[in-house]
Write a protein that binds this ligand. Sequence first.
Ligand code: DGL
Length: 272
Amino acid sequence: FDSGVGGLTVLRAVRERLPRESVIYLGDTARVPYGTKSRATIERYAIEDAAFLIEKGVKMIVVACNTASAMARESLRRDFNVPFLTVLGPGARAAARTTRNKRIGVIATEATIESGAYERAIHEAYRDLNGESEVEVFSQACPLFVPLVEEGETESPIARLVAKQYLASMRERKIDTLVLGCTHYPLLKTVIGETMGEGVMLIDSAEAVAEETAQLLERAGRLDTSDEPNESQFYVTDSAARFHRIAERILSAPLEHLEAVEVWGHDKLHSN
Ligand code: DGL
């Protein structure tokens, strides 16, 4: 699930890596953005989103929203029994494997940056990998990136101007790795890449998540090996029309099943 359309970048990567799996996507479009809200609110929303998916009988949940991953992962793991994969861990591990000069940048929503969750996860991942945590992490909130993507302004002069302003501090810090810590940012990859310059590797958590989803299901012996055709279902909490338009642009494919639903109160039915 995601707060809205952005998580489709994760769904796209998961479908590419695991073409046999059926994916059920929930975009909480009525309550997006999560990135400007408080921890208590984000936790409540995330629990309702997860409960909705559990009711649909899913075998695991990918928390595609970075903000929900940063703010609600402990509550989700405490309240439910299904395996959760948040985007945070795979993104942090990919960054720790990539950096050479031990200087990593993270860009994300205000809530994700304020939580400090990526910084902690990157230090932990770097320590696990190298036995020491001598890595520097620099963070920057980029609140205008989400609306730019939603308006289709992914390679326009406005996008370039905003990127230049937000990323100036990252350039000064001489990072060699930049984590795109928000669902929408992979769609700005070209502009962000050009702004940062060639020497900086961009970490698209979507790809890292797809790989770890495959590993998790394989370890659990839960990969779909049947010959039945896979099927994706899409649910949104606000009108389907706007979602439909943006989603087809992100996925470059028609949406199969799309339905508007309510998720309020689902937590009461399904938490432990
Ligand atoms: N999905 C959110 C994230 O990845 C971005 C949009 C929002 O603020 O809800 O952080």
